[in-house]
Design a protein around this ligand. Structure first.
Ligand code: ADP
Ligand code: MG
Length: 211
């Protein structure tokens, strides 16, 4: 089995406050890994350390076999942030176009993938609408499409259903099941036990001692 995430005693202090106290975990290729904990448990900070967006105070880790922050590894992952701010003056179509270009996708592949994902997240009919007209749930769905554009080997989803109604939650759940069937690894942050229960095949509690 290939290990896609490995951390050893990752710790993050903000001033005197330890937001993450020694996180040790390992995620294998194809796993849907649920990272469960109440608000403030350190889940988002943990993801940000894994993505090289927050520098750990101490500890080490690797992502797709490379040290944390490695750009080649980051180009192979997808990320839906918890508190996203998208370019709201763009249409959904333009937004995915921009992110595909930033990922260096060739135009034919990008066109196909963009259309496929807009369909999958149920936004085909809204593709030429500006994101500023979207509801929170629609933004979350276009953000999910963005996270999957490059067919990532590993996807980070930080509270992906927080703004969604039951139909939207179902859609996200179906997409996660599909990713799992394709062998894509998923790291899912959630404070909802029920969400983790129905989608994940392994769970770790955020804030718990090393396991
Ligand atoms: N940039 C920051 N500066 C200071 N404190 C922070 C910062 N980011 C997070 N924290 C604190 O770290 C703790 C964990 O936050 P977070 O990782 O967002 O938790 P979760 O995602 O589990 O809700 C919280 O108490 C939060 O206030
Ligand atoms: Mg969070």
């Amino acid at each position: 089995m290939t290990t896609v995430i490995k951390t050893e005693n990752l710790r993050k202090e903000f001033g005197k406050y330890a937001a993450v106290k020694g996180l040790t975990l390992q995620v294998e290729q194809g796993e849907v890994f649920g990272f469960l904990g109440p608000n403030g448990a350190g889940k988002t900070t943990s993801i940000k350390m894994l993505l090289g967006l927050v520098t750990p105070t101490s500890g080490t880790g690797s992502l797709l076999g490379a040290p944390l922050g490695d750009r080649t590894a980051l180009a192979r992952i997808g990320f839906l942030p918890e508190h996203f701010r998208f370019q709201e003056w763009l249409t959904a179509h333009e937004f995915l176009q921009l992110h595909g270009e930033l990922l260096g996708m060739d135009s034919r592949n990008l066109n196909l993938r963009r259309d496929e994902l807009l369909e999958q997240v149920g936004l085909s009919d809204f593709r030429y609408k500006q994101l500023r007209t979207f509801s929170k749930g629609m933004l979350q769905r276009v953000g999910l499409a963005q996270a999957l554009l490059n067919r990532p080997a590993l996807v980070f989803l930080d509270e992906p259903t927080s703004g969604l109604d039951p139909v939207g939650r179902r859609l996200v759940r179906d997409i996660i099941h599909e990713l799992r069937a394709q062998g894509t690894s998923v790291f899912l942050n959630s404070h909802l036990l029920s969400e983790i229960e129905v989608t994940c095949n392994r769970v770790k509690r955020s804030g718990s001692s090393p396991a």
